[in-house]
Design a binder for this molecule. Structure first.
Ligand code: DGL
Length: 277
């Protein structure tokens, strides 16, 4: 009975992924491509976004409730598709579960160190992430000679959440010039250390042509897939699906997620009262 045996070996539990809003979709997009058999539960905390301008205790409190919500689905692993939570609250998050928990900092720093030829690496992320020094520390652990220039870009998250992320968007261009002009000629690699920022990739590329952009959501998804495969946690048969939860109304998320993911998510998004968790 090979079919039965195969079924026993497949882990059909979903994978939990969370972020403060749309940013974590940068990880979901890559997961959908790499592991289309998996069921994914995505939580975007749209009622409490942004996280990155808040204090440490608030970020920790939000992260714990996001985790509790995802754990209620009997998930097999959690991907923290959020640079801010990965930088500030990873210990709190790991304390409440024995499941594999994958954050964005190490995978992204590792790729940046590998691809940079000059060791001159820029990091852009939220204010909380940059103040924590998480990426700076992870990079210098891997390459003590690396020179890191870090800059917080607090307007990027509200721009993305409001749909201002197209390459030709004047508002996004204005903000991006203000934040990243200073990197011109000084780096060969730039970490997009907030998962929202890859949605602004076109705008950033036009300002820093030739600089390698390292996408934190994408890198984290790749690392998560390797880890799940090593631990025999993957589900390799059947067609997976993604169900989305947000903590505010679904309409904006549905519209913008559809644009970014390049397929509609209508009917797959529900609202949850996250304060209950
Ligand atoms: N996308 C998140 C991050 O990677 C959170 C941004 C925010 O809510 O400020 O940091």
């Amino acid at each position: 009975m090979p079919g039965v045996l195969e079924d026993c070996l497949l882990d059909t539990r979903p994978i939990g992924v969370f972020d403060s809003g749309l940013g974590g979709l940068t990880a979901v997009k890559e997961l959908e491509r790499l592991i289309p058999n998996e069921n994914i539960i995505y939580f975007g905390d749209t009622g409490r976004v942004p996280y990155g301008t808040r204090g440490i205790n608030t970020i920790k409190k939000y992260a714990v409730s996001d985790m509790r919500f995802l754990l209620s689905f009997n998930v097999k692993a959690i991907i923290i598709a959020c640079g801010t939570v990965s930088s500030i609250a990873i210990d709190e998050v790991r304390r409440i579960t024995d499941l594999p928990v994958i954050g964005v900092v190490e995978p992204t720093a590792k790729t940046a160190v590998e691809v940079s030829k000059t060791g001159k690496i820029g990091v852009i992320a939220t204010s909380a992430t940059i103040s924590s020094g998480s990426f700076q520390k992870a990079i210098s652990k891997l390459n003590p000679d690396a020179e890191v220039i870090a800059r917080a870009c607090p307007l990027f998250v509200p721009l993305v959440e409001n749909g201002y992320f197209g390459r030709d968007c004047k508002l996004a261009q204005l903000a991006a010039h203000d934040y990243i002009d200073e990197f011109k000629g000084r780096i060969d690699t730039l970490i997009l250390g907030c998962t929202h920022y890859p949605l602004l990739r076109g705008v950033i590329e036009d300002i820093l042509p030739g600089v390698i952009l390292v996408d934190s959501g994408f890198e984290t998804a790749k690392t998560a897939v390797s880890l799940l495969s090593e631990q025999d946690l993957l589900n390799t048969s059947g067609k997976g699906s993604v169900h989305y939860y947000v903590s505010d109304q679904t309409s904006d998320f549905e519209r913008l997620a559809g644009i970014f993911l390049e397929h509609p998510v209508n009917g797959m998004v529900d609202t949850v009262d996250i304060e209950k968790y």
